[in-house]
Design a protein around this ligand. Structure first.
Ligand code: SF4
Ligand code: SF4
Length: 325
């Protein structure tokens, strides 16, 4: 059930990243119609490229004959997970909030209000943004089957390991550079933000920019060098969410009497954690793949309420870079 919920959530977020620029494009098309008239506007949109033309036509099919006086679609939905506006409420990611505060732009109160939902979610549930909401993680999960196929075909792939602490250094250096420069630099290397920009460019202009090359490189490195290498070792967002979720109240728990130490869960975990020995800690994304892989149902996601709370002893091993054998 939880697994289905995660996949549904990931799909919805992915569709949202497509829907937001598509809505903005539709508004542009509506505006063009009111200025140029139906046929000239259609020609102008067709000139923008095959992708924008297709997106406008698809939305016309969905929305039917929308009144010209209807409020623009982008008033209801705009942005990407990095900064999303739903109706009148703007929601931002914790990394965006950190960058905005470090850059010295915007009122702290407004930033706090905008970051509150995802901040609370991360503090309570840990690195759940990565496992459930990040659109790039959703795509990277699809590279797993490609990697598995290559392994089956005898193509050599590696399982490179770095120190997990590297991403905390990237996070710290990024925040420091942002405060020195006075402008956000995280969106340049933060995959969800890069992905949001690329989707916008693709839907509006039918082209892709340098960010697509960056994301493709991440995917290739995933396939040939190490699963979730960016997320495990380099992503500043992953580093921040791991730190914020250090004292989360959910974790993967194992019933030792049911566990036959087959190691399937460790093998499944793309983040190199060890649910088989109860070492998941601050890096766990609650993706539940280990729970699904356990043949004896020895694993489950559990709530650690105060009283039963077990500060993640394994957080130290995460910070020191220790991984499942
Ligand atoms: S570590 Fe970064 S790229 Fe990976 S899932 Fe988390 S936010 Fe997305
Ligand atoms: S320990 Fe389990 S839930 Fe946590 S990241 Fe690994 S596979 Fe996902």
């Amino acid at each position: 059930m939880w697994y289905l919920a995660r996949k549904t959530t990931q799909t919805l977020v992915f569709l949202l990243v497509i829907a937001a620029p598509a809505a903005a494009l539709y508004d542009v098309a509506q505006h063009a119609r009111s200025i140029y008239g139906e046929s000239l506007a259609a020609r102008r949109i067709a000139e923008m490229g095959a992708v924008p033309d297709l997106m406008v036509r698809a939305q016309e099919y969905i929305w039917g004959s929308r009144s010209r006086n209807a409020p623009p679609l982008s008033e209801s939905l705009a942005g990407s997970p990095w900064a999303l506006r739903i109706g009148g409420y703007v929601m931002i990611e914790p990394l965006n909030a950190l960058g905005a505060l470090a850059a010295g732009g915007g009122a702290a109160g407004k930033i706090l209000l905008a970051v509150l939902p995802l901040l609370l979610l991360t503090i309570v549930l840990g690195r759940v943004f990565c496992g459930w909401l990040c659109p790039v993680h959703f795509l990277l999960e699809m590279t797993d089957s490609l990697r598995a196929t290559l392994v089956r075909l005898g193509v050599p792939v590696r399982n490179l390991r770095l120190k997990r602490g590297v991403k905390f250094a990237v996070l710290g250096l990024g925040a420091l550079s942002t405060s020195v420069i006075g402008a956000q630099i995280f969106p340049l290397i933060y995959p969800p933000a890069v992905f949001g920009r690329e989707m916008f460019e693709f839907i509006f202009y039918g082209s892709l920019g340098g960010g697509a090359i960056f994301l493709l490189a991440v995917a290739l490195v995933e396939i040939f060098l190490s699963r979730r290498i960016w997320c495990r070792y380099l992503c500043p967002g992953g580093g921040l969410y791991a730190l914020l979720g250090s004292f989360r109240v959910v974790s993967i728990n194992r019933v030792p009497s049911l566990c036959d130490s087959c190691g399937d869960c460790n093998e499944t975990c793309a983040f190199g954690l060890s649910p088989m020995t109860d070492r998941t800690g601050m890096e766990c994304t609650s993706c539940l793949e280990c729970v699904r892989s356990c043949p004896t149902d020895a694993l489950a996601i559990r709530l650690n309420l105060p009283g039963h709370f077990r500060p993640h002893a394994d957080a130290a091993s995460s910070l020191s870079g220790e991984e499942a054998a």
